[in-house]
Design a protein around this ligand. Sequence first.
Ligand SMILES: [Cu+2]
Length: 250
Amino acid sequence: MRLQRTHLPVGLVKKVQIAVVSAVLLGSCWVSKVYAQASSSIKGVVKFQGSTPKGTPIDMSVDPYCKKMHPGMVFTEDVVVAAGGALANALVFVSDGLGDRTFAAPGAPVVLEQKGCNYTPHIVAMQTNQKLDVVNDDDTTHNIHPLPNNNREWNKTQPHGVPIEESFAREEVPITVKCNIHPWMRGYIAVFHHPFFAITNKSGEFEIKDLPPGTYTIKVWQEKLGTLTQSVTVGGGETKPADFVFKGGS
Ligand SMILES: [Cu+2]
């Protein structure tokens, strides 16, 4: 069959061009509106008021390598507070408000390092079925032993440079991690069925991004200080503030 070229009047061609350009512009407005709705966030600072609890002294002499890494007096860093009461290593997360939405695990793994005979970071947060890469940077052997209540327990010895890859199938906040070789080593792994969590930095700051508009229960958990709760309503494209204060003894 031979294709025939259709010749349209110039006026009609211009009208069609205007219509196409308008549709593209309208389309881009719609796209940016949808994007804005998906990028709501909750942002704030977690603080500690009171005298900072002192950690427990650690004796690393059981392993000469660890002792060499920390020749002086060492204390556990249970509560890390900076100037102005900024609380680091607090876990902030959505505990309610997402309904029955489901979220796929991200492709990138979460990394938990053993460095200087301590866990770095002290607490990691991840999604269910996301990969957890456990790394041993130390020239000594560690043993990584998470103690879950709602997931399969595992316990693996890890010489330097040998990779371990694991994951957790169910939500659990948090799972305590210990090393059976070095009794002072404590870390935490928090596992969520969604991606709306954050860990405070050294300035106590956190941001939970890309939330759908809604009303959420936001919780903050800290291993020694417990849990604080706040309800936050966030609209499409909004950033809502949410600050938290743990109160200790004075
Ligand atoms: Cu260890």
